[in-house]
Design a protein around this ligand. Structure first.
Ligand code: SAM
Length: 288
């Protein structure tokens, strides 16, 4: 690591299991001049486990503005700083964005050191479609804002990923069940930890399964895309698109693939065509 110019490393850390740390992150922690940690008491556990004694400083939501300035100054003097949050990837519903933006504005190099995030971990284990999803982070607290945002998210037609405090999981599920009780829902709890659990069902079904106490530990809530009724069957646009893409990949001409899928699912041919056009517009035509 050059000492001539400073640099910011954005380092992901485990979301539970301390083994989920990359070799590169360990090296960067050892070589950095300073580790900027959301909570030094949390990060010390990880550092001790790997015998790292690099000095730490705290960088959290309450001192982000002033601390960013200090860290920028350090980096301008040639120091390398490794940024970490309590768990997962800094900047993802965690402090980091302000410092990263300041480095960009000041021309200080930044390098990501990727690793875990509860977002991607929950998404892949959920079994819900991963090709297109919306990440909302935490919902706003105000009821009106929550409800209108939830309605918007549930209408988007993509998998929705939310971070939620365990205290509010029941409330959120209740709100979603009020909008769409049959919505495919997944609760991914305590991922990578001893009591890891993934509960799958509908919004109302999962709500019934949670007892009075609700749920314990850290939770990601996921909702499947809206099942729109296209013609005779309830199928998502994504599933129709996938069926067309599969045929095209097998060498079937686009027009024939659309006709075949429309026939198979009893869906209007023009509707399937619209969905394929949608693929084109979203610039992912390369897939087909
Ligand atoms: N930056 C972090 C990341 O990339 O994973 C997320 C930080 S955010 C403040 C914390 C939220 O992430 C929790 O409320 C929960 O929704 C989710 N989370 C973090 N660790 C988790 C885990 N082990 N299992 C399930 N959800 C987790």
């Amino acid at each position: 690591m050059s000492k001539d110019s400073g640099k910011l490393y954005i380092c992901a850390t485990p979301i539970g299991n301390l083994e989920d740390i990359t070799l590169r992150a360990i090296r960067v922690f050892k070589e950095a001049d300073l580790i900027a940690a959301e909570d030094t008491r949390v990060t010390i556990k990880l550092l001790s486990r790997y015998g790292i004694s690099t000095p730490m400083t705290s960088y959290h939501e309450h001192n982000e503005a002033t601390k960013s300035k200090e860290l920028i100054k350090d980096m301008k003097f040639g120091k390398t700083v490794a940024l970490v949050s309590d768990a997962g990837t800094p900047g993802i519903s965690d402090p980091g964005h302000r410092l990263i933006k300041a480095c960009i504005d000041e021309g200080i190099p930044i390098e990501p050191v990727p690793g875990p995030s509860a977002l991607i971990t929950a998404l892949v284990v959920s079994g819900l479609p991963t090709d297109s999803f919306v990440f909302q982070g935490f919902l706003p607290r105000k009821k009106g804002e929550r409800m209108s945002l939830l309605e918007e998210l549930l209408g988007i037609g993509r998998t929705v990923v939310l971070f939620e405090s365990p205290k509010r999981v029941k409330k959120t599920l209740g709100e979603v069940a009020g909008i769409d009780p049959e919505r495919e829902t997944v609760l991914a709890r305590e991922l990578t930890k001893k009591f890891e659990e993934v509960m799958r069902g509908t919004a109302s079904g999962l709500l019934d399964r949670l007892d009075e106490a609700g749920i314990k530990g850290e939770v990601v809530i996921l909702f499947g895309p809206t099942k729109k009724t296209f013609g005779a069957v309830s199928i998502t646009a994504g599933e129709l698109r996938e069926a067309v893409v599969k045929l095209i990949k097998k060498g079937v001409h686009k027009k024939e693939a659309i006709t075949e899928v429309a026939g198979k699912y009893g869906v209007n041919k023009h509707m399937v065509y619209e969905i394929v056009i949608d693929i084109h517009e979203k610039n992912i035509k390369g897939q087909i």
